[in-house]
Write a protein that binds this ligand. Sequence first.
Ligand SMILES: Cc1ncc(COP(=O)(O)O)c(C=O)c1O
Length: 384
Amino acid sequence: MWLFDNKAVPSIKTTLPGPKAQALLERDQQYMSPSYTRIYPLVCERGSGAVIEDVDGNLFLDFTAGIAVTATGHCHPDVVAAIQDQAGKLIHMSGTDFYYQPQIDLAQRLTEVAPGVSPKRVFFTNSGAEALEAGLKLARWHTGRSRAIAFFGAFHGRTYGAMSLSGSKLVHRRGFSPLVPDIHHIAFPRGCKMCSDVVAGCACVKQIEDTVLKRVAPPDEVAAIFVEPIQGEGGYHVSPPGFLPGLRDLCDKYGILLVVDEVQSGMGRTGRMFAVEHWDVEPDIICLAKGIASGMPLAMPLARQMMSGSTRQSGELPGSAGDPGFVAARICRQCSRPRRTAPPRTATNAAAFSGSRGSAWPWPDDGYGCGAHARNGIARSRPA
Ligand SMILES: Cc1ncc(COP(=O)(O)O)c(C=O)c1O
């Protein structure tokens, strides 16, 4: 375990980028696709907790956590041990064809900590976008309806279904049409004072009913509403108090499914395991990725059993999905905190993920429940 040799952080000893980094940037430019959206010339060498060392020996505090991926910090010793242990036993196991205990353990653990009382099931994928694809397919399959409602400012990923649900930036869509049809976008409540009152009802939800559902999308054709409880890529907007409960009621009224994208906001980043717990709402499908395996490619829709149990989903599980389930299972086992407790206030993720063991691991002190999520805002301002 490298603990940055007890040096003070940050520690910058070259001009940036340094000479080794500069040489690698030039080679990268020659051989790598220009599709990557890099905005910092940082060439990483190794990481430890919240610290990254670049190839020239400069030390940085990592405020991005790989865009919300390394939820337990870089190279958490438990995660490293789980990977090393598993690599000697079994690296690939096709969940499409066979069975494997760590997958079952992880699925059970996740359904136990998921918000709400309904029994749930898990469907493993590799990335957040795939989790959203699977969620969209499941919603269409289960309801027999084609349409979906999503929000401006939302980012759900870069595959076709996920891209079509996104309403964040033109750069994600330009040149890729035609997209998946029948997806309607509506404004996400940004600082809407009228949605602050849970009792009076949420004006932005009412607007969906009065406009989209009355003018362009018959409710009996709408399969699902997709929403991030806290918009990430779109600019870190938190749902006002009445919004998610209002969406839940609207969905129940018309038999529409509520799909919550917790790819970025989930796994302890807001002080609760799932951000949606702050609103006390039980979604029909929760899409998870990123922090679930702290850097290993693992994602999933977690769906209420009444829908995933009634159908045979086919044609969407990638052969390798769920392979690193052992890592997440290891992380997850540490989440001994019972659900619906008050959010821990400091060193949020450390407390959430280390359970009663305590941790000598170098956690950043979030200072408040939303710290880990809000911090990521530093990475948000990419050109449209
Ligand atoms: C809210 C949200 N949903 C989905 C995705 C897509 O996840 P992935 O990059 O793993 O496909 C992202 C990625 O940033 C995201 O922030």
